[in-house]
Design a protein around this ligand. Structure first.
Ligand SMILES: [Zn+2]
Length: 233
């Protein structure tokens, strides 16, 4: 019987080839979304093992963050960039979940997430979420939380709707005006909690800084940060 199944499987993959979302090569029967080679060669930062790592240093003097780390590096032509691109612009949410789950296992094994109470994804602008159909940071958070035995809170931190006056501002003015983009919607849910804030890519750190500034307004809140990739500039 298994021979027939295998034959059928091969026939289907001839018609609809399953390709690795990082390198485009054909996936083997036992591979899912990412081929084994990509899984092995995607560089890990291992920042979760190094307290004073470059992501943590990015926030020094800007906002009080307990711990910060990123899974990989975001470079031009990097496989992680390709994966994130396929997730965000081709709508393959499973990629975010799977990478989050893989990272979550390392975060758990190393003790990085010890003491974390709740996982909160960086909220996506509602208009963007409508177009994309999902928030990429949310699916990454789900993967991390499932692997680490935590839960995800998508209600407590929200992105404010952009007002008409804000949209008239120049791009530079909006960029410098990161303070006040986010809002805690449920004070009780965050007070006294150690929050793991999750983003897809950390570049300048301004989004994380803005989220953290809002969260730290509430009593007893502590914030740690992880992302799938760190853009080295
Ligand atoms: Zn591959």
């Amino acid at each position: 019987m298994s021979y027939i199944y295998d034959f059928w499987d091969d026939f289907i993959s001839l018609l609809f080839p399953r390709l690795c979302y990082a390198c485009g090569d054909h996936l083997m029967r036992n591979e899912h979304l990412i081929c084994t080679e990509c899984f092995v060669v995607i560089p890990r930062t291992n920042y979760h093992l190094i307290p004073e790592n470059p992501v943590a240093q990015l926030f020094w003097g800007r906002c009080m963050i307990e711990k910060a780390a990123a899974f990989s590096y975001y470079n031009k032509d990097s496989r992680i960039r390709k994966l994130i691109h396929n997730m965000k612009y081709k709508g393959i949410k499973e990629i975010g979940y799977e990478l989050g789950r893989i990272y979550g296992l390392s975060l758990k094994a190393s003790g990085f997430i010890n003491g974390i109470d709740i996982v909160i994804p960086v909220p996506l602008h509602p208009a963007k979420k409508r177009v994309r159909g999902f928030n990429q940071s949310e699916v990454i958070s789900m993967g991390i939380a499932d692997a680490a035995g935590l839960s995800v809170d998508i209600k407590s931190l929200v992105r404010k709707m952009v007002s008409a006056t804000q949209t008239k501002r120049s791009r530079y003015e909006r960029w410098t005006n990161v303070e006040g983009i986010f809002q805690v919607a449920e004070t009780q849910a965050v007070s006294g909690k150690h929050i793991l804030l999750v983003d897809d890519v950390i570049t300048t750190g301004s989004t994380i800084e803005s989220c953290t500034a809002e969260l730290l307004k509430y009593e007893g809140v502590r914030v740690s940060v992880v992302a799938l990739a760190f853009a080295v500039v």
